[in-house]
Design a protein around this ligand. Structure first.
Ligand code: UD1
Length: 343
């Protein structure tokens, strides 16, 4: 019988791509999402790609009793917990919202996993836990640094909640995946990133500028201590990232974990500057991007990229798609969205 995975935040950007990869790997999926930062129409995209209809419950993970209803109805083998708020700037303005959403949701999930004997939890963590590391690239052994935003702090605290829960409750084990910068869209262009309002992240801002929705991209700073002066990140294709979740669930359900709580970096191992992203986007999509260099964005880290060796060796997972292919997929998705609007 197929194993069933609860995907919280499954209509979101990474959640939807992961749902597709899980279905294609033979898992059944149930999605829970409060639709606070995603659209129900994403379910249609998932169905178009996979030919499968995914059960969906509009539930906020902060609502323990409604979430309990979901656990009572479906026997889950694993939970992948994506549902969380993720805008760094907003978290500085509304810290309580971030602490409540991100921490209470996780605590509810763990409580219900215990009540319903669901042993396996994959948690969406972030490279933000490393802050500006002294030595690059960062491995899982790189010490975590004090967070620079409430959002970042929720990732620290959630990892700690999981570590302590795994130690206290023998029935629970977990893998935290520390994502670097996920970008791009599914190769079918049926699903992708759907930012609401003005995008905070680089790639949706780039594609919306190319599409003429935004007049100009601002590149935040060219005076960093990097080869071209702009910040460096590890941009990972969202489908590659999604596949890491499938491998993590395989590992847990196949009893192959080495300890109750494992942490993996999910990145490419390649650092790319903001200006390199801009130039590559222009080249592979054969267009010119309107951009200007402006001052640094407060809170930005100069450079971070992953040492993915541990994930490569231990999970048998590797990021495969090139930056070029990924930036083409981001543009194809933007065009798909614009096509839909003018229909
Ligand atoms: C941030 C968080 C990360 C989080 C992610 C989710 C930190 C250090 N990083 O990633 O943990 O998971 O958001 O939203 O807290 N840039 C521009 N112009 C723009 C937008 C971005 O130049 O209009 C630059 C930024 O300065 C940065 C790079 O592009 O150097 C990537 O920015 P972004 O996509 O926002 O991601 P991070 O800030 O790296």
């Amino acid at each position: 019988m197929a194993k069933t995975v609860l995907v919280t935040g499954g209509t979101g950007y990474i959640g939807s791509h992961t749902t597709v990869e899980l279905l294609e790997a033979g898992y059944d999926v149930v999605i829970v999402d409060n639709l606070s930062n995603s659209e129900k129409s994403v379910l249609k995209g998932i169905e178009k790609i996979t030919g499968r209809k995914v059960p969906f419950r509009k539930v906020d993970c902060g609502d323990l009793s409604r979430l309990r209803g979901v656990f009572a109805r479906h026997p889950f083998d694993a939970v992948i917990h994506f549902a969380a708020s993720k805008a760094v700037g907003e978290s500085v303005e509304q810290p309580l919202l971030y602490y409540r959403n991100n921490l209470v949701s996780l605590m509810n999930i763990i409580q219900l996993m215990r009540e319903y004997n669901v042993p396996n939890l994959v948690f969406s963590s972030s490279c933000t836990v490393y802050g500006q590391a002294e030595k690059l690239p960062v491995s899982e052994q790189t010490p975590r640094r004090e967070a620079t935003s409430p959002y970042g702090n929720t990732k620290h605290i959630c990892e700690d909640i999981i570590r302590d829960s795994v130690a206290a409750y023998p029935g629970i084990r977990s893998i935290a995946l520390r994502y670097f910068n996920p970008i791009g869209a599914h190769p079918s262009a049926e699903i992708g990133e759907l930012p609401r309002g003005v995008p905070n992240n680089l790639i949706p801002f780039v594609t919306q500028t190319a599409a003429g929705i935004r007049p100009m991209l601002s590149v935040f700073g060219d005076d960093y201590n990097t080869p071209d002066g702009s910040c460096i990140r590890d941009y990972i294709n969202v489908t590659d990232l999604a596949k890491a979740h499938v491998v993590a669930v395989d590992r847990m359900t196949g009893d192959r974990m080495k300890s109750g709580f494992e942490v993996f970096n999910v990145g490419t191992g390649r650092g790319v500057s903001t200006l390199e992203v801009v130039r590559t986007f222009e080249k592979v999509n054969n267009l010119k991007l309107n951009y200007k260099i402006v001052g640094r964005r407060p809170g930005d880290i100069e450079a971070v990229w992953a040492d993915p060796a541990y994930a490569n060796d231990e999970l048998g997972w590797k990021a495969e798609k090139s930056l070029e292919e990924t930036l083409r997929s981001a543009w194809a998705w933007q065009q798909h969205l614009d096509g839909k609007k003018s229909e």
